[in-house]
Design a protein around this ligand. Sequence first.
Ligand SMILES: [Zn+2]
Length: 168
Amino acid sequence: MIEVYPHIFVGPMSDCRTNSAINTVHLPKIPCHQNAVGYTGNLDKNHPNYLWKESSSDIFFNTVDCDGPGYWRIEIFRKFLDWTIPRYNQGKRILIHCNAAQSRSPAFVMFLDAWLNKKTWEQAYADMMPRYPEYNRYAVSYKLMGVSIFLRDHWKELLDYNPNEQSA
Ligand SMILES: [Zn+2]
């Protein structure tokens, strides 16, 4: 795993752990969310853990890679802030991992840094690229930018969001 910003790490599947040494945001539906909730195939949309399941040290989101933004829901990013910001503010290290660490997890890392420092999309992107160039290389090569497009289109709304820190 790579520390992209102080106390904010990005990693692929091989960095998946569940322990209290580092607070981890698991983005893969397969296998992280499936294993945490306990299902195969697809989960009923009405299941209480359809979008995420959390513990004190880990949160498992039900996300997959996709090239369009339509799949993404703003609740995921609000919950991401609810869960991550209080832990970050307590000095915890935050690992955000997905399958390949080339699309979803770096997008979330970029967004977290931007929320903390109230950066514009352009500032956040310009700061992220030299620190983690794989993000852009992958997005351009494979067009898997649904998460990035969604974030860009909801940037102001999400940067203005005040996390609900009750769950920390
Ligand atoms: Zn995981």
